[in-house]
Design a protein around this ligand. Sequence first.
Ligand code: NI
Length: 283
Amino acid sequence: MPKLLTPAQIEAYRRHGYLVPIRVMSEDEALALRRTLEAVEAGMGGPLRGDIRHKAHLLFPFLAELVRHPAILDAIEDLLGPDLLCWNSNFFIKEAETPSFVSWHQDSTYWGLSAPDVATAWVALTPSNLDNGAMAVIPGSHRTDQIPHRDTFDRDNLLTRGQEIAVEVDEAEAVPLILRPGEMSLHHVRLVHGSPPNPSGDRRIGFAIRYIPTTLRQLEGEDSATLVRGTDRFHHFELEPRPDVDMPPEMLALHRRLTERSARILYRGTGVDSYNDPRAMRG
Ligand code: NI
């Protein structure tokens, strides 16, 4: 028996490569998470930059709890099985009236993972809609193989390399994923997706959580992940501890080491070896 999704939803994910919307928490709870994030940002003197955008669940208890949210994990278990790792998390924040965008891409392009059994839970902390740059997807595109991409390093592109699909995408097929605060979308690692800028008067905040079954391997070197449900019988990833206070010094050091290692995987071949490299500090 599925834990959260209906059999029809599971079939729709297999067929179309995404599901939307799925309520994870109330709008008030999502607003509280936004306030917590914004208190962190105020303490840091501005929006999250560089490596702090990535694997922030290793630094802040409210995000450590979010990547383990039972409703998210129930849905992911319905798609990927009972033994689950959180491989990564990334903030996608588009400030009000800014040109930041995400080019058309497949997530699988530079991730180095051994199989396309990867699902992203994209959790909205604000509305995400046609007014503020919601993500759009090409339904069914996850059933294609890996498509060639080219790196642009466009300064307004929120992706690591500014990578974009090297062939024409038929935008007439695109479907926007409209979310209220506290809802999530789910998408497959090969689904073609992207998003336009946010011309609205408020910021648009999404937290993308990348889940894999424990069977997967990293093919490009040593890597780490957080066991969020079940048992890890494979030990393919160094397992990450959980922070109990904001930015404990030992977790800051660990986070720096682990994100530098994953940056070297994601940027391999480009000469960039850290999220804090100027070429990585875009968006
Ligand atoms: Ni993506």
